[in-house]
Ligand binder design. Structure first.
Ligand SMILES: [Fe+2]
Length: 417
């Protein structure tokens, strides 16, 4: 949203806003597409430009280049059990790409510790949105400290230098990356950049970073920069990267609670555009729509069928992360942390008698919680790491001949979440 945030004070004159720093003291940096119309921010570094490197850049100790199994070339829907991926390492070292496309990618990270002291990460090629399935902590960046907790999105613009510190024993992230900025959907905003009165989201529920006192430290501060399709280069600054007196602008990391997506109910079935929280690229021609399936009252018309219909997404691949197992259309197949990937050229639907069972849910609030992504004109592929945690029988889950656990009905009939 085009909300302008100003943060920071001059250290020697604590009550003066940062933009009043005499230019001889401050070093101004612009973050964004310089000279173009995209969102940008202006940062004021107290002593050093972020260009100061004190070692030659070198190849990183790891990379995030995805690789693909031979089966990635066989068209089929996939179901990945991300709950079964082990917890290990930190937010960066435990990052595993599971589904990848030329412009969009999905990873899972399940860290057990904070990133090593005074080390940083910068995604130089894709904007990021983390969804926090479990855990809490702080994303620290040059914009300040951004606390996160279960069930929030953490949006981090491309090029932000940051680290992830945990304040819980472990955490579980779903990570969405896009070459395009990830923003709220423009059709929710008026020409002033303000959420319209009918929008399910409102900018006042954005949580912004808190800027701590600037770090005025010399030393060696490594930043692992992701670029060129997942390659990592380590650069080393001679000063702490968080030496900002302040910043202003409309490009900054933020937190948005999935439950701040306020569901809109209507008498008859509401299709996914009602659930959209974010989008990326020039939808519906590129990028993706990101939807939050929060608890909302099902349609109450006497002929309403709450279960979704069978469908093809002819221009989209559909990707869905289930935060709990209470999703009526796929109950009995999914578990907490299930991730489904339905390529656009294959139809999908509720299985078995889910549509009939859903009739009992008319006018009731469901317990579901899920994050969905529809890509546009972009074919995604399962990676080797995603394939390792797949449900091998998923493509058969619509078959009448395959026995599945009996659904308990909570997906459709839970009175409240
Ligand atoms: Fe679908």
């Amino acid at each position: 949203m085009a909300m302008i945030v100003r943060k920071g004070t001059v250290p020697s004159t604590p009550h003066t806003e940062f933009y009043a720093i005499p230019s001889v003291l401050a070093r101004e940096e612009i973050h964004g597409s310089y000279g173009f119309s995209g969102a940008w921010s202006r940062k004021l570094h107290v002593r050093f430009y972020p260009t100061e490197q004190v070692k030659s850049p070198r190849k990183g100790d790891f990379d995030l280049v995805p690789d693909f199994p031979p089966e990635a070339d066989v068209l089929q829907p996939y179901h990945i059990f991300t709950g079964r991926i082990p917890f290990e390492g930190d937010a960066l070292s435990s990052r595993k790409p599971i589904v990848h496309g030329p412009r969009t990618s999905i990873s899972v990270s399940k860290p057990m510790e904070s990133m090593p002291d005074d080390t940083f990460f910068r995604n130089g090629e894709r904007h990021e949105v983390y969804f926090v399935q479990e855990g809490e902590g702080v994303v620290r960046s040059e914009y300040g400290d951004l606390k996160f907790r279960k069930d929030v999105y953490v949006a981090i613009p491309k090029g932000t230098t940051y680290r992830v510190d945990l304040t819980s024993p472990k955490a579980w992230f779903l990570l969405v990356e896009s070459i395009y900025p990830i923003t709220f959907a423009p059709h929710y905003l008026n020409k002033e950049g303000q959420a319209t009165l009918m929008s399910p989201v409102v900018e006042t529920e954005i949580e912004t970073p808190e800027l701590p006192p600037f770090k005025d430290a010399r030393g060696e501060f490594p930043i692992d920069v992701k670029h060129s399709g997942g390659k990592i280069t380590r650069i080393t600054l001679g000063h702490h990267p968080f030496d900002l007196a302040g910043w202003e602008g409309a490009l900054y990391p933020f937190v948005f609670d999935i439950k701040s997506h306020h569901g809109i109910a209507r008498e008859i079935h509401t299709a996914p555009p009602m659930h959209q929280t974010f989008q990326s690229g020039n939808v519906p021609h590129s990028g993706f729509s990101l939807c939050s399936f929060v608890p909302v009252m099902a349609g109450w018309h006497p002929r309403e069928v709450p279960a979704p219909y069978a469908h093809f997404n002819v221009d989209s691949d559909e990707l869905m992360f289930f935060c709990n197992a209470f999703y009526g259309a796929r109950e009995g197949v999914i578990e907490e942390g299930s991730f489904t990937f339905h390529p656009g050229a294959t139809p999908h639907s509720p299985q078995g008698n889910a549509a009939q069972r859903s009739l009992a849910a008319r006018g009731k609030v469901q317990a579901r919680l899920a994050v969905m992504l529809d890509t546009y004109f972009e074919s995604m592929r399962i990676t080797t790491q995603g394939f390792a945690f797949r449900d091998p029988d998923y493509v058969l889950s619509w078959s009448e001949n395959v026995q599945r656990a009996q659904p308990v009905g909570e997906g459709w009939e839970s009175p409240s979440a």
